[in-house]
Design a protein around this ligand. Structure first.
Ligand code: TNX
Length: 490
């Protein structure tokens, strides 16, 4: 198990003798169905990149050529797979590789597992050991939240992050698109948001924003890799970029000055201003329209200068607009203090705060997303020597990010209310993709295993051995990463 280096660890894996070697003639074969084309191309592209060969894709519903194929198939009723939409089976034999799943998302997981199994021999050929893998995720929501507001990350960089997420079987990219320091998504009905407030970033960085077509490009790129994008428009605090663009959102009618510091909690909307409700309605309606996924995140965190009634009114307006547009609401843990529709997703983060409202919300029908600051906030420093990052939730070395159990972390939470796990990376101190990956790697791999692998087969000693093989992979791909001394890297 250990020596195969799979992260996250699959539910079950059996190794047999021999290996499959990718040769000149190896092709990817898929059923002739339009929804499998993109997945087949992705598989061929990944195999081609690993091996440096051009791998072709063919469509066929027969298996007349049993040799030298990597066969992707959607399961029928009599195929045996673990339960769930994302389950997959991977069979690597000496002559061929079979990937079976109920969905393209499941097939992508199988492709990723195959890719992680491939190693290069001394003669430059690439092989995967013969294995039988049966696998499925523990949690439905396995996310990464990226703050593109404090520092902007361009579309190309975000696509690299999407690829990295797919490599660890994560399936939700949560984008923190707005904050005091910048507004990063053009919203057609409020054009001044991006026009006036996207050119700033923490410390006077260059800023930037996504046009609707950039955003659609990202959403589709992610979807092809089994990843859904959840946009966050953070209200009713963290709104200086909005109040800078639209003075009507302020009691004196005057735009607030731009902000490039890193304090939190000072900016706010006002429930009693006539512009406020139409603003929330328009923005969330537009953002929902750009979102093929089921969820829109309304923020709701760190509103430090508002009476609770007004907070509840504003959260209610934002949530109402999201629901009216046919989407489900996600919010940070603070929204647990207001009445929520059942099925609302509440995201736990603040390990310093009293969890009682959060527990009560879960008991009343909310779903819980676990992003504990002290485990899953990958902008925390690894240790006191880490150059980048913050420290408010403590230091998070690899083992801290690995050794925790989402269903028992908070006493009194019903385990079945836990929808999933999400890592988060805030970018007050992080300026570009290299700095970002230096904080994500290796810890993102740890959080991904917490989210994917059942607790019975999850084990730190085993993980630290498996993850060691990923260092050379990150080097090969060109990711900057942190070589924590908790692992004996090769
Ligand atoms: C808390 S997490 C915040 C963010 C900061 C982050 C820094 C959350 C909902 N709010 O505004 O960027 O800490 O770690």
């Amino acid at each position: 198990m250990t020596d195969l280096g799979l992260v996250p660890r699959p539910v079950s894996i059996r190794q047999t003798d021999g290996a499959f070697t990718v040769g000149q003639a190896t092709t990817v074969v898929v059923d002739p169905r339009p929804d499998l084309i993109a997945t087949g191309v992705l598989a061929a592209d990944l195999l081609g990149r690993v091996t440096g060969r051009l791998v072709e894709v063919r469509y066929s519903d027969e298996d007349t050529e049993p040799r030298d194929v990597v066969r992707l198939r959607l399961a029928g009723d009599d195929d045996e797979l673990l339960p769930g939409d994302e389950a997959y089976r991977l069979d690597v034999a000496r002559t061929r590789v079979d990937l079976l799943a109920r969905s393209t998302a499941g097939l992508i997981h199988a492709v990723v597992t195959l890719r992680q199994l491939m190693t290069e021999a001394a003669d430059g050929s690439w092989s995967a050991p013969c294995v039988h893998v049966d696998d499925a995720p523990r949690f439905a929501w396995r996310g990464l939240s990226v703050d593109v507001a404090r520092h902007f990350l361009g579309l190309d960089a975000l696509k690299v992050v999407v690829g990295l997420m797919a490599h660890y079987k994560l399936n939700v990219l949560h984008l923190h698109l707005t904050d005091d320091q910048g507004w990063r998504l053009h919203v057609p009905s409020r054009p001044h948001l991006a026009r006036t407030s996207s050119g700033t970033a923490v410390g006077g960085g260059p800023g930037g924003h996504y046009s609707p077509s950039d955003y659609a490009d990202l959403v589709h790129y992610a979807a092809a890799r089994g990843i859904v994008v959840v946009p966050e428009i953070d209200v009713p605090g963290h709104v200086n970029a909005a109040t800078h663009a639209y003075g009507e959102l302020n009691p004196d009618g005057v735009p607030t000055p731009e902000y490039t510091g890193i304090e939190v909690g000072f900016s706010r909307l006002h429930a009693d201003l006539p512009a406020t409700a139409p603003f929330l309605q328009a923005v969330f309606t537009d953002v929902a329209a750009m979102t093929p996924g089921e969820y829109v995140h309304i923020g709701g965190d760190e509103v430090l200068t508002m009476a609770h009634d007004e907070y509840a009114t504003l959260v209610g307006l934002a949530a109402g607009a999201v629901r009216a547009a046919g989407k489900k609401v996600v919010g940070w843990q603070e929204i647990a203090t207001v009445p929520l529709e059942p099925g609302t997703v509440v995201q736990y983060w603040d390990t310093r705060a009293d969890p009682a409202p959060f527990v009560a919300a879960a008991r009343a029908g909310a779903l819980l997303l676990m992003s504990p600051g002290s485990k899953a906030y990958l902008d925390m420093k690894y240790d006191e020597h880490t150059e980048l990052g913050l420290e408010w939730a403590g230091h998070i070395d690899l083992r801290d990010a690995y050794d925790w159990e989402p269903t028992t972390l908070i006493e009194g939470v019903p385990p079945e209310a836990v929808l999933g796990v999400e890592a988060a990376v805030w970018t007050e101190t992080i300026r570009d993709l290299d700095e970002l990956t230096s904080m994500l790697l290796p810890r993102l791999a740890a959080v991904a295993e917490v989210a994917w692998t059942p607790p019975e087969v999850r084990d730190w000693a085993d993980f630290r051995e498996r993850v060691a093989a990923h260092g050379p992979f990150w080097d090969r791909v060109g990711f900057r990463w942190h070589a924590t001394r908790q692992v004996d890297w090769p």
